[in-house]
Design a protein. Structure first.
Length: 268
């Protein structure tokens, strides 16, 4: 999953790579241009949000339907708290930071993980997603309960992911796969002992396919946090979004959205 959560910052890509497609996200011509006047919005009264639209369950289309997803619903809820309309710009991941730099939208909502490199160039909201790395095994397997137990075991991993590095550093032998779906297939066939991946990937799979016969056997202590990303200098907007997120956390909205998509609260 986490090419968004784990890949190197793509902000330096040329603007010629941009492939922006406007998507109806609730913005209308009746938006009050005075709303959010202090936020430096691209369009008065409207929060313009960049998202992929192809990244299930965070930002996607159900068939030919409207844009939906975990990040999309949170962005809509934040805009509502701020009294703003919301407009989504569906943008390829490789061009999304370049679009933010160019001022084409106000914020990115696409599971952008917070890391030191990005923090040097961008302003982040408070995190609205917290995840860990997990070991996934069959439910009836009691031989793995920690990363140390992977020593001598076989895991299914993509060779280009950080999870491959974690599995091998834990002593596992790795069966190369293209991604999560193939890893799960090998695990269910009994051809590997486990797979290491992102907690959100597992929770989404479990929510969609339960019962799966799988379980989380262990998880990392370190967490990955994802948040809204803004251009540097957008402090007033970032502070307002933080206030909205705090209200949405307090009134249970974040938990409700999270449980809808993951069957658990992954927002804190």
């Amino acid at each position: 999953m986490p090419r968004r959560r784990l890949t190197v910052l793509a902000a330096t890509l040329g603007l010629s790579a941009l492939a922006l497609t406007a998507c109806s996200g609730g913005a209308t011509s009746s938006a009050d241009p005075a709303a959010g006047a202090d936020y430096g919005l691209v369009s008065g009264g409207t929060l313009t949000v960049a998202t992929e639209g192809t990244y299930r369950p965070f930002s996607y289309h159900e068939g030919a339907g409207d844009l939906t997803g975990f990040d999309v619903e949170i962005a809509k809820a934040v805009a509502d708290k701020l009294g703003l309309e919301v407009k989504f710009q569906e943008t390829q991941w490789d061009a999304i930071f370049a679009g933010l730099d160019a001022g084409r939208f106000d914020v990115i909502a696409n599971q952008v993980s917070i890391n030191p490199e990005r923090q040097e160039k961008y302003t982040f909201s408070a995190p609205y997603t917290v995840s860990r790395g997990v070991i996934v095994t069959p439910e009836d397997d009691s031989s793995i309960s920690s990363f140390a137990d992977l020593s001598g075991k076989t895991t299914a991993q993509s060779l280009t992911s950080n999870w491959y590095e974690l599995a091998t550093s834990s002593g596992a032998q790795v069966e190369a796969v293209e991604g999560w779906a193939q890893a799960v297939a090998l695990l269910k066939q009994g051809r590997v002992d486990a797979t290491v991946n992102d907690q959100l990937t597992y929770l989404d799979y479990e929510k969609t396919n339960s019962p799966t016969g799988l379980k989380i056997a262990a998880e990392t202590e370190d967490t990955s946090e994802s948040a809204f990303a803004f251009k540097k200098g957008q402090d007033k907007l970032a502070e307002a979004v933080d206030g909205a997120l705090e209200e949405l956390r307090a009134d249970g909205t974040l938990t409700q959205i999270s449980e809808k998509y993951f069957g658990a609260d992954v927002t804190q």
